[in-house]
Design a protein around this ligand. Structure first.
Ligand code: SAM
Ligand code: DTB
Ligand code: SF4
Length: 324
């Protein structure tokens, strides 16, 4: 098999070609996950997984038309538009997450981009969560350079902003902003000195070539995202992509493995989609290099496995929660 030779302990590279990434995807499954696991082990404790908790601080009514998203006002999904949460209510949830063992608290808002007044409120939330001794992450849509600087000054550790799919397939999924808009926000976040959390979704009817294009776009960024969430599409009725073929778990694990091989120092997050995933599927994803998950019974608006199920899974697999 003509797979790239340059995989020794996961040297950091930013010059991946699409062909090299296609060759990794095409490896026999056992060869691919063996390689990914070897690189994973050289960089991380293979029995540790980082736990983040997610809270939707502003739900629904989003003006963007992302074809996968239950929070877009364009789709009739039954998600009601709510106002931005009160700071104290957010901090109550953060305290509970900390008691549950989470080391990172992520706050998501269904915005195209934050209004400056709302951003000031989010900055206060970030300061409050940090004061609890947790890492902070927010995902608020597009940011200007100045907004990114404000979040940095408030002590924000990570900003989540996904490329979601390949540049070619992007137009099939979102029409209200461009791939370049996404890349520009990532640049503002990076320039502000905030860690980047950026990944995408598998299972939206895209071809393997689009998964290759998505990983290529991520792995050729000037600095790899410190955190790479790989979401399996949660099919929500009313969204345009809800009726397609569900993602194949083997192809999903391949995507995790290729993310691990091409971005060896990044945390790869087994993100949305765990609710309907078997324990065996998740175990394979961890073996292939995923080392971060969201815990708690809800993601933003959709279900996630209960704490009890995750605790039982970690016990079965001998996995420990990472402390940072
Ligand atoms: N509005 C902000 C934005 O789009 O950047 C932040 C919130 S948005 C919900 C964050 C990410 O969640 C999206 O980029 C997408 O990757 C993921 N997501 C949304 N709906 C999903 C679904 N049904 N299944 C899997 N992932 C989903
Ligand atoms: C990411 O990549 N996945 C998370 C987080 N970043 C914000 C969100 C998943 C959302 C799944 C759909 C929902 O619950 O609304
Ligand atoms: Fe809005 Fe984000 Fe959902 Fe797109 S993914 S509709 S921007 S909340």
């Amino acid at each position: 098999m003509n797979a790239p030779a340059n995989l020794d302990a996961g040297k950091l590279r930013h010059d991946w070609s699409r062909q090299e990434i296609a060759d990794l995807f095409a490896l026999p499954f056992a060869d691919l996950i063996y390689r990914a696991h070897t690189v994973h082990r050289a960089r991380f404790d293979a029995n540790e997984v980082q736990i983040s908790t997610l809270l939707s601080i502003k739900t629904g009514g989003c003006p963007e038309d992302c074809a996968y998203c239950p929070q877009s006002a364009t789709h009739d999904t039954g998600v009601k538009a709510e106002k931005l949460m009160e700071i104290e209510a957010v901090l109550r949830d953060a305290r509970a997450a900390k008691e549950g063992g989470a080391t990172r608290f992520c706050m998501g808002a269904a915005w195209r981009s934050p209004k400056d007044r709302d951003l000031d409120t989010v900055c206060q939330m970030v300061e409050g969560v940090r004061a609890l001794g947790m890492e902070t992450c927010v995902t608020l849509g597009m940011l200007t350079a100045m907004q990114a600087d404000k979040l940095k000054a408030a002590g924000l550790d990570y900003y989540n902003h996904n490329l979601d799919t390949s540049p070619e397939y992007y137009g099939e999924i979102i029409s209200t902003r461009t791939y370049q808009d996404r890349l520009d926000t990532l640049t503002h976040v990076r320039d502000a000195g905030i860690h980047v959390c950026c990944g995408g979704i598998v299972g939206m009817g895209e071809a393997r070539n689009d998964r290759i294009g998505m990983i290529h776009a991520l792995a050729t960024l000037p600095v790899h995202p410190e955190s790479v969430p790989i979401n399996m599409l949660v099919q929500v009725e009313g969204t345009p992509v809800s009726k397609g073929q569900a993602a194949d778990i083997i192809e999903f694990v391949r995507t995790i493995a290729v993310a691990r091989l091409t971005m060896p120092a990044s945390m790869v997050r087994l993100s949305a989609g765990r609710e309907t995933m078997s324990d065996e599927g998740q175990a394979l994803a961890f073996f292939a290099g995923a080392n971060s998950i969201f815990c708690g019974a809800k993601l933003l608006t959709t279900p996630n496995p209960s704490r009890d199920r995750d605790t039982a899974l970690f016990e079965r697999l001998g996995i420990q929660a990472m402390t940072f």
